[in-house]
Design a protein around this ligand. Structure first.
Ligand code: PLP
Length: 487
């Protein structure tokens, strides 16, 4: 007999409790969605912290409905909603429904993808998706030196693993001689990865960019030549396919040639392409050519949870040659012995217990197909270009660069304000927008000056929606200036 207290466990005997509980969750979330009027409510951190801190975790509510009501107060009522057209801040996407269906199976069945004997078909679903992505990159999967890879928790982990594999080729070279070359606009996870690999902060050489924020190949050439002349070892070049601020895609074919020509003793130099943002172009029917040259990489980061409209987490690191994954392999007798008869994904991963995140992409592809996902990304790239065309007509808006993908860096200008005042004003505009709750934009700095940024990843947002945010930026800017005049 099942003890009565066991009814919280996923079990066929509790099928009804399971279904009722999940259905009440769907009902609750649907009602919460109906109340959403903007991307945020502008709740300040002190208030959000207090609501949570007041909860006594030793005093359970004992009942789903009450816990969901509480959840609304602490979280849902003030959550940030990425499906709202006024949300244009970070690289967050509205998510596709087939992936949410997958979440139900991922969590309920709770397979762990570290070994075959904890996942069975899951192992092969993940492998099939890795092969499929590898083929879209232009790699050839299969065989002892064919392409391979693994799902990860995100671009940060994918970049870390890729750089660890590159580091593995220079096991005997002391850390202080190793260098990683990345564009000055590359993602900060490259610097973090270098630190975790035991390299100095100076180990990452920031290569200058051109006026479209792409890595300057002549500068890369010079930096590589200088490193080698100084007796240093350029263990990897990180090219970015879609920089976080400008969506810039570094000139991949030219960079690949430069990597090929470096004389480090181990050649060519490892080329990692960080396509965390631009990776969605692999599914585009209209813009795949923007990634030309990616097939010459040794490793590639793809974040499905950005431009493939998947829920967090869903990312992968894909390598040209599966044998390079040996640098993350460790055999444990109790899990994945050397003579295992089954394939064990843990041999390729930094993680051990690992969610079956691959199933989200699987069901998305099986229900929607890749072209539709690619169309979503193309749609937001088109949107960015439409918005940009309108922005360059606005005398009080300055745009930093023509968009490459779906971001636009811009700032509000008012006659008579110097650059420092303009920076301070734009920073205040951003905070005021969050507090207002109708729209959210991101911020960045260029040469120390504060700018605002749209990251457009909502295929349902229109140019009118985004231009309404611009109007709010403008009226907020004007209001803040008037307030200053009055003070
Ligand atoms: C977002 C991003 C990352 C980090 O990915 P996470 O999934 O957030 O860990 C790395 N590189 C680039 C270019 C990114 O845009």
């Amino acid at each position: 007999m099942t003890p009565p207290s066991a009814h919280h466990l996923f079990h066929p005997a509790h099928g009804e409790a399971w279904a009722t509980t999940l259905r009440s969750g769907i009902d609750h979330l649907s009602q919460a969605l109906e109340r959403v009027t903007g991307p945020s409510t502008g709740t300040p951190p002190e208030l959000a912290a207090k609501l949570v801190a007041d909860v006594d975790l030793d005093a359970p509510l004992g009942e789903t409905g009450a816990a969901l009501e509480e959840l609304s107060r602490l979280y849902l009522d003030d959550a940030i909603w990425f499906h709202e057209p006024g949300y244009a801040a970070h690289l967050n996407c509205p998510v596709v429904i087939p992936a949410l269906l997958a979440e139900l199976f991922i969590s309920s069945v709770n397979s762990s993808l570290d070994t075959f004997d904890q996942s069975v078909g899951g192992t092969f679903i993940e492998r099939h998706l890795i092969d499929w992505t590898a083929e879209r990159i232009g790699f050839t999967p299969g065989g002892p030196s064919g392409a391979d890879g693994i799902f990860t928790s995100g671009g940060t982990q994918s970049n870390l693993q890729a750089l660890h594999l590159a580091r593995g080729r220079f096991a005997r070279v002391p850390a202080e001689r190793l260098r990683i070359l990345a564009s000055a606009d590359g993602h900060f996870s490259v610097q973090k990865a270098a630190r975790m690999l035991g390299l100095d902060d100076e180990a990452v050489i920031c290569v200058p960019v051109d006026d479209r924020h792409r890595m300057d190949p002549a500068a890369l050439d010079a930096a590589l030549t200088r490193s080698v002349a100084d007796g240093l070892v350029p263990m990897a070049v990180v090219a970015t396919a879609g920089t976080t601020d400008f969506g810039a895609v570094d000139p991949l074919p030219r960079i690949a040639e430069l990597c090929r020509d470096v004389r480090t003793g181990v050649t060519p130099t490892w080329l990692h392409v960080d396509a965390a943002y631009g990776g969605g172009l692999l599914a585009s029917t209209r813009r795949r050519h923007l990634l030309d040259g990616i097939e010459r990489a040794d490793s590639v980061t793809v974040d499905y949870h950005k431009t493939w409209f998947q829920p967090v987490s869903a990312s992968a690191v894909i390598v040209r040659d599966t044998s390079t994954l040996r640098h993350v392999t460790w055999h444990a007798d109790y899990l994945n012995p050397k003579d295992a008869e089954h394939p064990n994904q843990v041999d390729k991963s930094l993680q051990t217990t690992r969610r079956f995140d691959a199933l989200k992409l699987w069901l998305s592809l099986r229900i929607m197909g890749p072209d539709l996902i690619g169309d979503y990304f193309d749609t937001v790239i088109d949107l960015a270009s439409d918005v940009h065309r309108a922005l360059v007509q606005c005398p009080d808006i300055e745009v930093a660069a023509e968009p490459s993908l779906s971001t636009i860096v811009f700032r509000y200008r008012s006659p008579g304000l110097c650059i420092d005042e303009t920076s301070r004003l734009n920073t205040r505009i951003r905070s005021a927008l969050y507090a207002g709750g109708r729209s959210m934009v991101a911020a960045t700095r260029i040469n120390g000056e504060a700018w605002l940024k749209f990251t457009l990843l909502n295929p349902m947002a229109t140019a009118a929606d985004i231009l309404a945010i611009v109007d709010e930026v403008r009226t907020t800017g004007g209001r803040l200036l008037m307030g200053e005049g009055a003070a």
